[in-house]
Ligand binder design. Structure first.
Ligand code: GLU
Length: 441
């Protein structure tokens, strides 16, 4: 069967690094196996879902290059859920309940007070048809629970966590549909996974207990469950995903100059024992992607690490890849010269400004001024077509006996207004003879 994965965000907010990691890993898993990657918009919660978030999710995935083969929306599939709902009622696997949130809360508190697990007591199973009729007559609408099979062992071999066992008796029958008819996520997700041929469900470990109940839903609907893998959650550098970090959406990262390649390289490896390699493209990342390499310890996401990976990615980006984002007139030679100094592509404009001028040059003491005056003469007479920086510094070294910092720093300061920056050998030809002579003088 074709490996089919899905990324199933609820469009109630923007994607953060944790969601992106889940999307990426599903994409990599599909790609590695020559399979399909689907985007499923989990918008059963009509009140909280927003179209602008759906659009942002699409745009974010496109920017990252994670193109889904197909997009599905749960809100367009209510009729399908209704049919499965009827099937499960007929099979006796769904039942009507009327407890209010307060009543359920009280039941939980009583159990906890007695030192017992707060499992729903299935009181509603004792209601007779006459009871239901009376509730209906009184205008009470039921919510629906899925009847777990207490006799069936719940087991799966998790792609990351290994063999898993759950005892249905220790779990509450999950509510699958609210009194107003709206769906909770659990059952529609199972129906979709079946109908869309999903073979692998890869998601965060906050879904492990959902999986335990969903495993029985697959069985109740007459199919075997897909493979499951649950990833350890992401934490921030401080130990938990900080507000700032947690709220970093893809578009904000993009505004901060993060390249998609950097995000992919880092997030592909986060949580594995494999080193982050900024040189790997999406194909190579997919090739080396392996669930067996994921550990169970929470994975740490660190802004500083992302910044480092981002810089390494930029230092490799070819001119054609960034040309449209560079200042007017900045060509390939300038990009190649400036690129090693960048932590974001936007900074290229600052260095291009250093090349084209005007720049503010510092005040020099008399001795340095004297040295620079000699530099003016040498620069004016150089063959600029070759390696003007090598020729300039070579001639000045011979003429003045200066070397090292005493030779290079005043020249760099006069020519760029800065103490550090791109390799002068690459920069000086870009500045050009006339401008260089002006700056030295
Ligand atoms: N909409 C669910 C979520 O965002 C999907 C979980 C799943 O992958 O099944 O948590």
């Amino acid at each position: 069967m074709t490996v089919t994965t899905r990324f199933a965000p609820s469009p109630t907010g923007t994607l953060h690094v944790g969601n992106i990691r889940t999307a990426l890993h599903n994409w990599l898993l599909a790609k590695k196996n020559g399979g399909r990657f689907l985007l499923r918009i989990d918008d059963t919660d009509v009140a909280r879902s927003r179209e602008e978030h759906v659009e942002a999710i699409r745009a974010d995935l496109a920017w990252l290059g994670l193109h889904p083969e197909r997009e599905e929306r749960q809100s367009a599939r209510f009729a399908i859920y209704e049919a499965a709902f009827e099937t499960l009622i007929a099979a006796g696997r769904l039942y009507r309940c009327y407890e209010t949130a307060q009543e359920l809360d009280l039941k939980r508190k009583v159990l906890l007070g007695r030192g017992l697990p707060p499992i729903y007591d299935r009181a509603a199973l004792n209601l007779t048809e006459a009871d239901h009729a009376a509730k209906e007559a009184a205008g009470e609408q039921p919510h629906w629970r899925f009847l777990l099979d207490h006799e069936a062992p719940i087991e799966w071999v998790d792609g990351i966590r290994g063999p898993q066992h759950f005892d249905a008796r220790q779990m509450s029958d999950p509510v699958v549909r609210r009194a107003d008819g709206s769906w909770l996520y659990m059952l529609p997700s199972v129906i979709d996974d079946i109908q869309m041929g999903v073979t692998d469900v890869l998601r965060g470990e906050d879904h492990v207990s959902n999986t335990a109940t969903q495993v029985q839903m697959f069985t109740a609907l007459g199919v075997s469950a897909p493979r499951f893998a649950h990833e350890a959650l992401l934490t921030g550098a401080e130990g938990k995903l900080s507000k700032r970090l947690g709220s970093l959406g893809v578009s904000e990262m993009r505004e901060q100059g993060i390249e998609p390649e950097a995000l992919l390289a880092l997030l592909a490896r986060l949580g594995t024992s494999d080193p982050v390699d900024p040189a790997l493209d999406a194909d190579a990342l997919a090739e080396s992607f392996d669930l067996a390499h994921f550990g169970r310890a929470p994975a740490r996401f660190d802004d500083a690490e992302l910044a480092r990976v981002n810089a390494s990615v930029i230092h490799r980006l070819p001119f054609a890849h960034v040309a449209a984002r560079l200042p007017e007139g900045m060509g390939e030679a300038a990009w190649d010269a400036i690129r090693p100094n960048l932590s974001t592509v936007a900074e290229a404009a600052d260095w291009w400004q250093v090349v084209t001028g005007p720049i503010a040059t510092p005040e020099f003491d008399a001795e340095t001024r004297e040295f620079l005056n000699q530099a003016v003469v040498v620069a004016a007479g150089l063959d600029w077509a070759g390696d003007p920086w090598g020729a300039l510094t070579g001639a000045l070294k011979d003429a003045t006996g200066r070397k090292g910092k005493a030779l290079f720093l005043p020249l760099r300061q006069a020519l760029t207004g800065m103490d550090h920056g791109p390799d002068m050998k690459a920069l000086l030809p870009l500045i050009g003879r006339d401008e260089a002579v002006r700056r030295l003088g």
